[in-house]
Design a protein. Sequence first.
Length: 274
Amino acid sequence: MTRIVGFLEGVNGALNGRLYVKAGGAFIGAPSKDLSFKVEDGLVDIELPPCPAGMPYFVDWKDAGDITRLTYMERWRVPSISEITIDDARGVSRQGTLRQNVARKGDALENIALRNELSEEQEKVRLLEEQNTKLLRQLTEAESNAAAAKGQAAALAANLSQAQKKAHKPSEPVVIKTEHVIEKRIGPDSLIQEIASYQEEIELLKQANTELKDEINRAMSVSTHFANLHAEIDRLSNEKRQLLLRIDQLKSPVRQSSALRNEAIANLDKLING
């Protein structure tokens, strides 16, 4: 038996799963069935019978919980010595390993691009949320000012009503001249001044109402912009979820055998078998 030691990586770093091995043909000492070895933290320490030059072992591995189909892409040559490393055993399939490394590099580049795009989208969402908070604060202040103006208008209207009632009360008749008696109702000076004061308040109230209308219009505009911001935030949030889903998919790539790769493996097997 030849001892094989080394380190294997899974999808997310050090392999924590199982290593699968099957003989490439019938030879003396070949295992009668496929073998499976438990691997923790990527550390491999197994023993296999030596194999002839033209009959390497077919090898594959999966992380725990991975339900993808085994492809047995690796070809391990186990010589008749006491101990070798995994890299020595994998020397038979360096071309296939190179193809896998190139594919993994492409996935890594795509992963980096998606992470950069996600970072940009997150920054957009952050800026929109800050603008959203600012507009919400302005809208709250506008609504508060509108409520205060309405209260002030109601108070002024009540005071005006009271002044009008006082103005319509009949005053005591005043008799003038000795020969002719004429009754004339004259409002008190203080009442006239109060009415003038209320008329001035009415004018101020009209100006305040005009300003209130303008402020309400601005508040409505802010509300519309606020709704548009919510829609934009929802859209960016959806894009963010899609990007996160894509990144998760790239973190757990599914190893599949393309027609070209299968053809290359078949050609390699033909060369090995002579």
